[in-house]
Design a protein around this ligand. Sequence first.
Ligand SMILES: Cc1ncc(C[n+]2csc(CCOP(=O)(O)OP(=O)(O)O)c2C)c(N)n1
Ligand SMILES: [Mg+2]
Length: 336
Amino acid sequence: MATRKTTKKPNTSKEELLGFYREMLLIRRFEEKAGQLYGMGLIGGFCHLYIGQEAVVVGLEAAAKEGDKRVTSYRDHGHMLACGMDPKGVMAELTGREGGYSKGKGGSMHMFSKEKHFYGGHGIVGAQVPIGAGLAFSDKYKGNDNVTFAYFGDGAANQGQVYETYNMAELWDLPVVFVIENNQYAMGTSVQRSTKSPSLWERGAAYGIEGEEVDGMDVLAVKEAGEKAVAHCRAGKGPYILEIKTYRYRGHSMSDPAKYRTREEVQKMREERDAIEHVRELILTGKHASEDDLKAIDKDIKAIVNEAAEFSKESPEPALEELYTDIYAEPATQEA
Ligand SMILES: Cc1ncc(C[n+]2csc(CCOP(=O)(O)OP(=O)(O)O)c2C)c(N)n1
Ligand SMILES: [Mg+2]
């Protein structure tokens, strides 16, 4: 992965940097807590943590506006927090409690928010990509200027449905940003082992889709690329691909034996490329805040996460009768 460019003065502000710091830290601390609750047996099933990749969603959310949509895979807790969903509702869903976004009946991979335009959370690798194009189609049909962010991984990028979607999205000029979160691994398979072509975004050229590679450990670079992508879509020029180079520090899921990479590789990335540390450095060297100010933010975030954990332990399990609810959808009404 390319090293961070430090020569250019970052085009940002104190407020923006502090906001990025807060939002990325919230995701990291939330995920650490989710890992603990999983270890305590309070979260069952699968649990895919987003630690290391925080700058991707936080940077892209900074480029989004109200009305924009997002859809992603099972590694979705960060996406939900970044678009403003309630940490209590997310954590309670992870623990299978009534206070969760799907009343405790869905879990990690089955959460949605109509209010925040978050369309899941999908366990089937790549399934969210055509869904993302469908969401973008609905906005194009309604004639508004909303954009959909369809996130998927490097592993998913080798799926056929991605390319069928590329073709239709470009054919119909759909306002969708295809975000490839290239964290270098698909479960235990590295990109080097799965993929011959060195870049994933360039495959869009076969369908006439523009795109670029982005440093996913630099939240400012992600935001800048996001703004460009979104402007392209809003201008009616069709889809755009962002291949965001990132890294997950934790295993694929909580049950990952981690035999496919060395501890040193992970350690090196944490020490040299961590996105939160990067913003912290920019804040301190730019004298935007003191160590004590940052400690106060850390404390604040810890309190939010602890409150979410407490809520998710205290919220009751769903009642037995809930087994019979939310099975069939109400007939959809035509929106203006
Ligand atoms: C269609 C399908 N095939 C296989 C799986 C099993 N599986 C779950 S995650 C995963 C790897 C996906 O990796 P990637 O797209 O890079 O996303 P990441 O986990 O790195 O975020 C696989 C093969 C699945 N869930 N769905
Ligand atoms: Mg991956």
